[in-house]
Design a protein around this ligand. Structure first.
Ligand code: NAD
Length: 262
């Protein structure tokens, strides 16, 4: 399938590892010029070099904390300076810690709002004017299956990520006339460092082994396995492509069927 993405400029946040990195690789494989950020400059540089080596595309890497609005501003400015425009923006950051309601402190709540909601606001504010000028743009937020179905012990994610869905739908409504499509992708359990951390926390709290916790997640999905980062990345690339040109304001779960609703 021809995706029509060659030479598009794609920003991917939180891209030094996991789903973000797989997404940056998938855009590079389609011939996009890619700009990636994360907090750790060294691991980000290593990711950028590996992507350029494998796909022969230009990659801009910049150490950015996405909870810092001025750092996000500086990053998007650097992308415009290097590539002249931005076509696609994928917002992403690490997920909040696994906690029940009373265990989560007010500081945990503030951090979750900063990383998992406001970061998407910061990026949207920066990229929309550039997309309006071209009358073409894609904003895709990476959230979680928790936007549709709460997960036990992930109260911070369950509560904060639904605000992203409200943002996505609002942006889709307001900027559709400008050719900007805005969608949300919710991964189910996906084999990344984040999931290993989650398994470790669950194991400590429950006395179960980490392998048993992974097996439980796999059993919960009709496909009987956890997902691979590349599988989430492919859905994001498709949503960004010309092949998804009449889809906006939607949440697409990439969860092996784990969501139990209709
Ligand atoms: P991960 O922890 O493996 O990777 C997160 C990436 O974001 C890393 O590159 C990290 O350096 C970067 N990052 C974290 N905080 C940042 C910040 N403040 N500023 C800039 N960069 C930052 O996570 P993942 O498994 O790839 O998941 C990506 C997102 O999807 C997370 O929000 C996660 O909660 C969510 N999610 C993951 C799963 C899963 O099973 N892996 C399931 C549902 C939702």
């Amino acid at each position: 399938m021809e995706m029509g993405l060659r030479n598009r400029v794609a920003i991917v946040a939180g891209a030094s590892q996991g789903i973000g990195r797989a997404t940056a690789e998938a855009f590079a494989a389609e011939g996009c010029r890619v700009a990636i950020c994360a907090r750790n400059a060294a691991s980000l540089k290593a990711a950028a070099e590996a992507i350029t080596k494998q796909h022969g595309v230009e990659v801009l890497d910049q150490a950015v904390d996405v909870t810092d609005a001025s750092a996000v501003h500086g990053f998007v400015e650097a992308v415009i300076n290097k590539f002249g425009s931005v076509d696609i923006c994928v917002t992403n950051a690490g997920g909040p810690p696994a906690k029940g309601f009373m265990a989560a402190s007010l500081e945990d709540w503030r951090k979750a709002v900063d990383a998992n909601f406001l970061s998407a606001v910061y990026f949207a504010r920066e990229v929309i004017p550039h997309m309006q000028r071209k009358h073409w743009g894609r904003i895709i937020t990476i959230t979680s299956i928790t936007t549709k179905q709460p997960v036990a012990d992930l109260v911070l994610s369950n509560a904060v990520r639904t605000s992203v869905v409200g943002l996505v739908k609002s942006l889709a409504n307001e900027f559709g006339k400008d050719g900007i499509l805005v969608n949300n992708v919710g991964p189910g359990f996906t084999a990344t460092d984040r999931l290993k951390q989650l398994a470790k926390t669950r194991a400590q709290n429950s006395g179960q082994k980490e392998e048993e916790i992974f097996a439980g997640w796999a059993a919960d999905a009709p496909l009987k396995r956890v997902g691979e980062p590349r599988e989430v990345a492919d859905a994001i690339v498709w949503l960004a492509s010309e092949r998804a040109s009449y889809i906006t304001g939607q949440t697409l779960l990439v969860d092996g069927g784990a969501y139990k609703g209709l």
